[in-house]
Write a protein that binds this ligand. Structure first.
Ligand code: CP3
Length: 343
């Protein structure tokens, strides 16, 4: 009996709909907060295999989810390339912003697998301790999203600096992307070699790009990463999450080479069924705020998603990550609703 998440991603018929949730390990769980209180530095926490293993398994144990996503962060890549990354409470990630393309020369991919060895060690450890029906998920950020933090120096409202590179210094940005594509593909391959059975690429900021820039800085580099990973590990499914990509979801689904596309909560379900599911497995897309709300409003929307999408290749997830104010009981109720659903 193959794992239900793997079956869905490969487009095989399922007897139940698999569910996992982006950011399923995190601050909404009291048991996470307890481990987190022992590790004031967030990146050190990510690089402590014992703690990373524990918080990866917490939501799987508590809720009976079908996937375990390794506890780590997309910003381990700039960190491994040699750009200092910090996390400040209330501010999120803080990086020393790259001042211009000349700063790329100081970054290097050399030693990446050694630097990120604790992540691979944690993946190996989790996969040896997973229930037989649970799938191990690895992940990385997409180049556009990682570059946004590297160039803006943290979160941004308008991506002014990143876009000034894209429009004013595209050769410079392309050099950074060459480095990122190689680093991300290698990081995903290493996670697979450590035990990841599926990998997801998060392009959280794909939705801020005009058409040609989307092609150049989201679709093309993601396709290149997919093709490199598939070249080494052809059997491992790849999920791409181009958050808020609206009109572009179809291009990701049909021409990135990914097995599945993860859709945000704004994507119309009939469109996902009639257009996206013809090209790829679909994952999504409950609004994380409906998980905060819970009760009938959450269950009603979950059933509408299931009724529309579960007739084809489908993985239940949120439209974006769980937020810290989410009551854990609502997660338990959602998992039950999805697992009990029948056509
Ligand atoms: O999904 C999981 O449970 C696996 C772990 C995971 C984390 N971050 C842990 C984390 C994953 C998959 C990520 C991805 C990530 N990280 C993304 C892409 C997904 C998305 O949300 O769009 C991005 C953009 C980041 C960068 C990042 N990391 C930000 C902006 C922040 C601060 C914002 C926040 O929520 O506090 C982080 C920190 C972070 N990464 C936390 C967790 C659980 C919270 C840190 C804490 O415990 O204080």
């Amino acid at each position: 009996m193959t794992k239900s998440l793997l079956r869905a991603l490969k487009g095989e018929p399922q007897d139940r709909v698999p569910i996992w949730l982006m950011r399923q390990a995190g601050r909404y769980l009291p048991e996470y907060m307890e481990v987190r209180s022992k590790a004031p530095d967030f990146l050190k926490f990510c690089y402590s295999p014992d703690m990373a293993v524990e918080v990866t398994l917490q939501p799987v144990r508590r809720f009976g989810l079908d996937g375990a996503i390794i506890f780590s962060d997309i910003l381990v890549i700039p960190d491994a390339l040699g750009q200092k990354v910090g996390f400040e409470p209330g501010r999120g990630p803080v990086l020393e912003a790259l001042p211009g393309p000349e700063a790329i020369a100081a970054l290097s991919r050399e030693g990446l697998r050694e630097d990120l060895a604790p992540v691979y060690q944690a993946i190996g450890e989790v996969s040896r301790n997973l229930p037989a029906e649970v799938t191990m998920i690895g992940f990385a950020g997409a180049p556009w999203t990682i570059a946004s933090y590297m160039i803006e120096g943290g979160s941004s409202k308008d991506f002014a600096k990143l876009k000034s590179w894209a429009y004013g210094a595209p050769e410079g940005l392309a050099r950074l992307f060459d480095l990122l594509v190689a680093a991300i593909a290698d990081h995903l391959c290493a996670q697979i070699e450590a035990g990841a059975e599926v990998v997801q690429i998060f392009d959280s900021w794909a939705g801020v790009l005009p058409e040609q820039a989307f092609e150049a800085w989201s679709l093309r580099p993601i396709s290149e990463i997919v093709s490199r990973v598939k070249g080494v590990h052809p059997g491992v499914p790849i999920i791409v999450f181009p958050n808020r990509a609206a009109f572009y979801y179809q291009r990701i689904a049909s021409s990135s080479g990914a097995d599945a596309v993860s859709i945000d909560a704004t994507v119309p379900l009939e469109y996902a069924r009639d257009v996206l599911q013809k090209a790829a497995c679909v994952q999504g897309n409950l609004d994380p705020m409906l998980l905060v709300q819970g009760g009938e409003p959450m269950k009603r929307e979950a059933r509408r998603i299931l009724d529309t999408l579960a007739g084809g290749p489908f993985v239940f997830n949120l439209g974006h990550g769980i937020v810290p104010q989410t009551p854990p009981d609502h997660v338990a109720a959602l998992v039950e609703e999805v697992h009990n659903w029948r056509a």
